[in-house]
Design a protein around this ligand. Structure first.
Ligand code: NDP
Ligand code: MG
Length: 389
């Protein structure tokens, strides 16, 4: 039996992971399940899978969690420190699927104790890639990518030498607004931005797909995970979302990873690694699909891509600033305090202002320095949002 823990179990990635676990429950011993606000789901899953501990990040929801699990023998806990404690419980495989910068600390803790960290939380790499990957190397821990593009690159690289790689191309669907008139983007509503053409995901990442902030994050994630240079990473719009990434080698070969837009493939690959096992995903009928389309992304529609380029070139704590500004700007959009297009304008401004201060690029990335840069960027983003009203 493999001991597994799922951080962010109540979310979209967490639920897809549980779907795979449920199909072979005798293979797994569930150690920790964590959530935040969706306590009924956490209670239901913890009971069904007989988890050792259930944790909510929200202290105010502890009583509800405790009541729901009373008499079950399952430990309950709440708060950020409890998440770290849960990550310290020995496990063989740990899914990092909390959304946002909050995923970094439990992931780092898990590296010290878990053999394999399946990383969906891309914010960990964007904010503190050198810290997370450096710790994994130092501790001899394995990090496996769960983001579909990065899983695709990882799979295309099996048996290859990273030194033979000339470029990495990650694909983008273009999101909910790819055909929306450019001049009307400013008045897009939260509902319009929350409707992804191909993938069924959490709301925040779906809106980030419409603005391509998600792709911007993934460019940085590619740099940090695979250790390639910014100029070796490209994005292409591929509306069908069937090719997830391509790796270009020095001899001109391109290795493409093709599969249905179903996160259970990338999650299952990480779960079964280094083996491959049956997964409940659709088998593609290429004759029926007929054709695959590609086009270059328009930077006027997707300014987030240009910001990512700047962030990758600057390095240091710029990623932490970028991520925090993006998270805060998205909060602003969701709350109706700024428009869809304001998000990129504000994030770009915050990155520029923070870069003009000394030390951001060359700072050492530690939990403290990341936290400080994150707080400063959020405060500045809040000020910029206030100017929009
Ligand atoms: P969801 O919003 O669906 O789920 C997020 C999870 O994190 C939930 O369990 C939520 O709890 C929990 N959570 C929210 N805030 C906090 C917090 N402050 N502290 C601790 N836990 C918290 O997100 P997704 O599943 O879509 O995404 C998870 C991660 O995976 C993100 O980093 C995303 O970028 C990445 N990813 C997602 C993909 C997808 O298909 N969804 C694809 C590739 C990457 P609750 O729901 O109980 O409030
Ligand atoms: Mg992705």
């Amino acid at each position: 039996m493999r001991r597994i823990s799922i951080f962010g179990a109540t979310g979209s990635i967490g639920q897809n992971t549980l779907d795979l676990i449920r199909r072979n429950p005798d293979d797994y011993d569930v150690v920790a399940l964590t959530g935040a606000q969706n306590i009924p789901q956490l209670i239901k899953d913890a009971k069904e899978l007989r988890a050792n501990v259930a944790v909510t990040s929200d202290q105010t929801r502890l009583a509800e969690l405790r009541d729901g699990l009373a008499g079950s023998g399952i430990d309950v806990a709440a708060g950020d420190a409890a998440l770290i404690d849960a990550a310290a419980r020995p496990a063989d495989w740990i899914m990092s699927a909390i959304v946002g910068a909050a995923g970094l600390r439990p992931g780092l803790e898990a590296l010290k104790h878990g053999t394999v960290l399946a990383l969906a939380n891309k914010e960990s790499l964007v904010t503190a890639g050198p810290l997370l990957m450096g710790e994994a190397k130092r501790l001899g821990a394995t990090v496996l990518p769960v983001d579909s593009e990065h899983s695709a690159v990882f799979q295309a690289l099996i048996g290859e030498d990273i030194k033979s790689v000339e470029r990495i191309i990650i694909t983008a669907s273009g999101g909910a607004l790819r055909d929306h008139p450019l001049t009307a983007l400013d008045s897009v509503t939260v509902d319009e931005a929350s409707n992804h053409p191909n993938w069924d995901m959490g709301q925040r990442i779906t809106i980030d797909s419409a603005s391509m902030f998600n792709k911007a994050m993934e460019l940085i994630e590619t740099k940090e995970f695979f250790g390639v240079k910014p100029e070796e990473i490209e994005t292409i719009i591929h509306p069908e979302s069937l090719i997830h990434a391509l790796v270009g080698f020095r001899d001109g070969a391109l290795m493409a990873h093709v599969g249905p837009p179903d996160m259970r493939h990338a999650i299952g690959f990480a779960l079964n690694w280094p083996d491959r096992k049956d997964l409940p995903v659709q088998r593609l009928d290429l004759a029926q699909i007929g054709q695959l389309n590609f086009r270059a992304p328009d930077l006027a529609r997707y300014p987030a891509l240009a910001i990512a380029q700047k962030v990758m070139e600057a390095g240091g704590l710029t990623g932490a600033v970028f991520n925090a500004a993006k998270e805060r700007a998205l909060d602003g959009f969701l709350a109706g305090a700024c428009s869809f297009t304001d998000m990129a304008r504000i994030v770009s401004r915050v990155v520029d202002v923070m870069l003009s201060k000394e030390g951001l690029q060359n700072a050492t990335i530690t939990l403290d320095s990341v936290r400080e840069a994150d707080a400063m960027a959020r405060a500045l983003t809040g000020e910029e949002i206030a100017k929009q009203e």
